[in-house]
Write a protein that binds this ligand. Structure first.
Ligand SMILES: Cc1cc2nc3c(=O)[nH]c(=O)nc-3n(C[C@H](O)[C@H](O)[C@H](O)COP(=O)(O)OP(=O)(O)OC[C@H]3O[C@@H](n4cnc5c(N)ncnc54)[C@H](O)[C@@H]3O)c2cc1C
Length: 434
């Protein structure tokens, strides 16, 4: 019977190496990151990236023909659990968002010429990208409503409209833009996916809002969120910059999201492990009212709840990864929706408890917990708001529910009558023998 929760010893060695590498080489970047220029940061991360490449772990989410490992989602999930320990780890391992998802999208839909131009440089880390689907004036939760328009004019596309929250758009060399190419088509065939190069005349950054994770602009610009409000006014790009066919936008966007949500969820579990370790350390180190914090039952309640929530989120996410490996992305939609929603909720719970346990110190920027809390909050909205994923989950579980006339199936008086009929002979026999 195949029901195995173990990790192959050989792969466990890889994970052990990753864990040590992240903790020893990448976590030390965090306390000084804000003081560094981008060049200084790159001087630190470039040799680390080389080490990852040497080990064959660079961009491991990709298929082998694209220079990845073709590992499957389960192994990738376990790797992302470790990468979640530091915000700087994904870029050292060549799978930082949005470049990783954009590379997958381009790999699926691009011609050889397009791959040459954008995919290989993206995979080598030589160029950076942004993904732009959301708009300011229509609900991002319903992308069939997008209005930003790309019209064909000779051998060019002319783009007009506004986009919102295009992460990294100000530092990206290319923007993967979803715009309406076929306004009269069915809702899911209206949009196409286009590559807009940096500096395209007619494309401007109108605004770059501060966010919970980066409330102010400062030295972090260029490696923080950089969620841009973009304006397109008769921006012209070559006709060859369309990925796939006009109307392929939704198909390509969907492919980009499946595995990415598993990676998001496992990175959140990695965040939880770190907060949980910090929580345990404090509980056994500090005393209040004559005993260790760890001996107060309300503190124990926080540990127990956190342990159970982390473990359930972890197993659910690995199950989603396993299902995706065995049955494909379209048969894993409910599992993926469950973990996208649940992992963000668990991360919020665990980080909140860790901050509470540290009291005033937890509330300060002297510990990373408050920053982790503010950053993790995004995941209840980004990549599909919680509510959208809950709708997917509910639809999945309701689709084969059978309506019933009259009393519900569980109605005990009705079931009692059925049971009396079912066992009538045996009951009668036993009564006669009395
Ligand atoms: C950190 C971060 C990074 C992002 N990066 C990018 C990016 O790089 N590129 C990009 O294109 N977008 C990006 N986004 C945008 C993200 O995709 C959208 O925020 C998301 O799809 C929600 O769209 P919205 O913000 O327009 O909210 P809306 O769609 O207006 O929804 C607001 C709220 O309404 C409720 N709601 C909406 N629809 C329903 C429904 N059907 N049922 C029940 N409740 C509903 C939910 O509570 C939802 O949170 C990013 C967002 C964040 C926070």
């Amino acid at each position: 019977m195949a029901w195995d929760f173990s990790t192959e010893p050989e792969f466990q060695e890889t994970l052990d190496w990753m864990r040590e590498f992240v903790d020893e080489e990448i976590l030390p970047i965090e306390p000084i990151a804000e003081e560094l220029t981008l060049d200084q940061l790159r001087a630190i991360t470039t040799p680390l990236q080389a080490e990852v490449q040497k080990r064959g772990l660079w961009a491991a989410h990709l298929d082998p023909e694209l220079g990845g490992q073709g590992m499957g989602q389960l192994k990738l999930g376990l790797m992302h659990e470790i990468l979640g320990r530091s915000v700087y780890a994904p870029s050292v391992f060549g799978n930082q968002a949005p470049d990783s998802g954009n590379a997958e999208l381009i790999a699926i839909g691009a011609t050889e010429e397009q791959k040459e131009k954008w995919l290989w440089p993206l995979l080598d880390g030589k160029i950076h990208s942004s993904f732009s689907m959301t708009e300011p004036h229509v609900a991002g939760s319903d992308p069939t409503a997008i209005i930003c328009r790309a019209e064909r004019d000779g051998d060019e596309w002319v783009i007009n409209g506004e986009k919102w929250f295009a992460s990294n758009a100000d530092v990206a060399d290319i923007i993967v833009l979803m715009a309406v190419t076929n306004p009269e088509a069915q809702p899911h065939r209206r949009a196409g996916m286009l590559i807009v190069p940096k500096g395209t005349p007619g494309m401007t950054i109108k605004h770059k809002p501060g966010t919970m994770s980066h409330p102010q602009h400062g030295p972090l610009d260029g490696r923080g969120g950089n969620h841009c409000h973009l304006l397109f006014e008769n921006a012209r790009i070559p006709a060859d910059n369309l990925i796939g066919q006009p109307g392929d936008g939704f198909v390509l966007a969907q492919k980009r999201l499946g595995g990415g949500r598993i990676h998001h969820a496992m990175r959140l579990i990695g965040v939880c492990h770190r907060a949980f370790d910090a929580m345990r350390e404090r509980l056994v180190s500090r005393t209040s009212h004559g005993k260790r914090l760890s001996e107060h039952q309300m503190m124990q309640d926080m540990v127990a709840k956190s342990a159970v929530e982390i473990e359930t989120a972890r197993l659910l996410t690995l199950k989603a990864a396993w299902t995706m490996d065995h049955s494909g992305a379209s048969n894993s939609r409910a599992e993926i929706a469950m973990i996208k929603y649940w992992s963000a909720k668990v991360a919020m719970n665990v980080l909140d408890r860790a901050i509470q346990i540290y009291g005033s110190l937890g509330y300060t920027t002297d510990l990373p917990l408050e920053g982790m809390y503010r950053s993790a909050r995004a995941l209840r909205i980004a990549d599909g708001a919680d509510e959208i994923h809950k709708v997917t989950i509910a639809k999945h579980f309701l689709r084969d529910a059978e309506p019933v006339e009259g009393w519900p199936t569980e109605h005990i008086p009705t079931r009692r009558e059925d049971s009396l009929r079912k066992f009538a002979d045996l009951i009668e026999l036993h009564t006669e023998n009395l």
